[in-house]
Design a protein around this ligand. Structure first.
Ligand SMILES: *[C@@H]1O[C@H](CO)[C@@H](O)[C@H](O)[C@H]1NC(C)=O
Ligand SMILES: *[C@@H]1O[C@H](CO)[C@@H](O)[C@H](O)[C@H]1NC(C)=O
Ligand SMILES: *[C@@H]1O[C@H](CO)[C@@H](O)[C@H](O)[C@H]1NC(C)=O
Ligand SMILES: *[C@@H]1O[C@H](CO)[C@@H](O)[C@H](O)[C@H]1NC(C)=O
Length: 467
């Protein structure tokens, strides 16, 4: 059994005090707010704090009505299927992150994480003139890519927008093969060596779900928002893809290795980025680059609580991609769970492709028991998608306990009720495995929070009610 070795870079010792929160510990929620809305809400969300160098792009759910010009999606997966994919992704990320301590590691035959549990994307402009492409955000990978012309129906899957054609862009340039950035691809597991007769740098990614992309590592201008462009952005121009799903045009890598967008733009945005996942599919959230300036109030910007953020140490090299934080406590309905500190020793990866939070056994059992007790007034449903589901039929409103997570340094985050606590009328948590292993913080639980990955200062911030 691989023993996880985590490296917490505890350089930062600025901590914010616990979030105030609601004294009563419970929230009455009308069940009508659980119903999906058919149309995209036009309400604009903006980040209130604007003194950092911040770029905004609406962040939308891939299968919701806010995806621009979305056709009726034919292959929307069920929640059970989405959770299955998310678990496979978690297994891969955890194995990648925790196998360093073992002397006998079976290296997976695939190189990337799953893309099919990624759910949120942004529309960016690529090239000059800029061509709009809808890309899924992924903190579990680094190299960004889009499908490129020339590419026929065998080599490219049917995507949402017209294909990007580098031959029509005045700023496109393939990266030569014998360069440092090309050699680095191999270190970060994206390497395919030289292509085009040895002239250009090739890349290859095989994801855990069987999808793959293969093409030329290239430079291009990336337009993040009106008037905001990143020049010479390195990305994969994909000429050969296999994909089991569609309706997106590529991936935006937000991991911590040199190929990722935040690392490539670190000189401009300090290596920081944030996002707010919307409460429901029919509302937009946002993606922003850059964090609050250090000179700002409380050194971190108003409204944020921060915890030290490190990296999981990985298999072949130091695993730079995944971000790790340490959870130290959980409360349900305002009452802290009675769990020994040792139950939290495994650490938590925060990953944009995870659906629900995965807690180690001792924590999970305590959370499940406290939540079931607090929800004892409602009938349980035993064939739900997760293990603690309810039948709310006939209830006009339900009283749901608040769940608060406390991280190293004391940063406490109240999850949104109901969108950060319930998914399909189920407790949006599951068990990850033994206490010593890594847990994962999922997407559902961070809905409506701004999550700020301040890679430059090795800290993760949360701000409530951001979208
Ligand atoms: C590695 O695994 C193989 C097969 O399971 C076993 O025979 C071998 O002894 C193991 N080596 C170490 C160093 O654990
Ligand atoms: C697509 O292109 C490849 C070569 O690039 C070719 O082998 C294949 O037959 C083409 N498929 C179609 C459907 O045109
Ligand atoms: C949910 O509760 C309603 C009302 O009590 C009942 O009619 C229905 O059969 C229940 N649904 C399930 C799936 O148990
Ligand atoms: C919740 O529903 C109950 C019964 O349907 C009703 O009496 C009560 O006023 C509602 N409470 C709120 C806060 O809406």
């Amino acid at each position: 059994m691989a023993s996880p070795v985590l490296l917490f870079i505890l350089l930062c010792s600025y901590y914010s005090t616990a979030h105030g929160g609601d004294k009563h510990g419970f929230v009455v929620v009308p069940t009508s707010s659980f119903e999906p809305e058919a149309l995209c809400s036009t309400a604009r969300v903006t980040r209130k704090e604007q003194n950092g160098a911040t770029v905004l792009a609406p962040l939308v759910h891939r299968h919701g009505p806010c995806v621009p010009s979305s056709q009726s999606s034919t292959n929307k997966p069920s929640l059970a299927e989405t959770l299955r994919r998310s678990r496979a992704r978690a297994d891969y990320i955890v194995s990648r992150a925790s196998s360093r301590g073992s002397s006998n590691v079976s290296v997976p035959t695939y190189l990337g994480t799953s893309v099919d549990s990624l759910e949120y994307g942004v529309t960016l402009g690529i090239g000059t003139p800029a061509v709009s492409q809808f890309v899924l955000i992924d903190t579990g990978s680094d190299l960004s890519w889009v499908q490129c012309q020339p590419c026929n129906s065998t080599k490219c899957y049917k995507q949402k927008d017209p294909l990007f054609d580098p031959r029509k862009s005045t700023t496109y340039a393939p990266i030569p093969c014998h360069t440092d950035v090309c050699r680095r691809l191999t270190v970060d597991r994206y390497g395919a060596g030289c292509t085009d007769g040895g002239a250009h740098c090739g890349y290859f990614i095989q994801y855990g779900d069987g999808s793959r992309t293969n093409g030329v590592y290239s430079h291009e201008t990336l337009t993040l928002g009106p008037g905001v462009a990143v020049t010479n952005f390195r990305f994969g121009c994909g000429y050969d893809q296999r994909q089991t799903t569609d309706k997106f045009d590529g991936i935006l890598g937000l991991g911590g290795a040199p190929e990722s967008l935040p690392v490539q733009t670190a000189s401009i945005y300090g290596g920081a980025f944030s996002y707010c996942l919307p409460p429901v599919k029919s509302k937009p959230g946002f993606l922003a680059l850059g964090g609050p300036k250090p000179s700002n109030t409380a050194a971190h910007g108003p409204g944020f609580v921060f915890t030290p953020m490190g990296r999981a140490m990985g298999r072949v090299d130091d695993e730079l991609t995944s971000y790790v934080v340490r959870l130290t406590g959980i409360s349900v309905g305002g009452i802290p769970l009675d769990v020994p500190a040792s139950a939290f020793r495994g650490g938590m990866i925060i990953d944009s492709g995870q659906i629900v939070t995965r807690l180690q056994t001792t924590q999970y059992n305590a959370l499940q028991a406290a939540f079931r007790k607090a929800m004892a007034a409602y009938p349980r449903l035993h064939n739900g998608d997760l293990d603690t589901c309810y039948n709310f039929t006939g209830y006009g409103n339900v009283t749901v306990p608040r769940i608060a997570l406390t991280f190293a340094g004391g940063a406490t985050v109240d999850l949104d009720v109901p969108h950060g606590v319930l998914l399909n009328n189920c407790l949006a948590f599951e068990e990850s495995g033994p206490d010593i292993g890594l847990g994962m913080i999922g997407n559902v639980n961070t809905r409506t929070l701004e999550v700020l990955y301040d890679v430059g200062r090795s800290q993760l911030g949360f701000r409530s009610g951001a979208c």
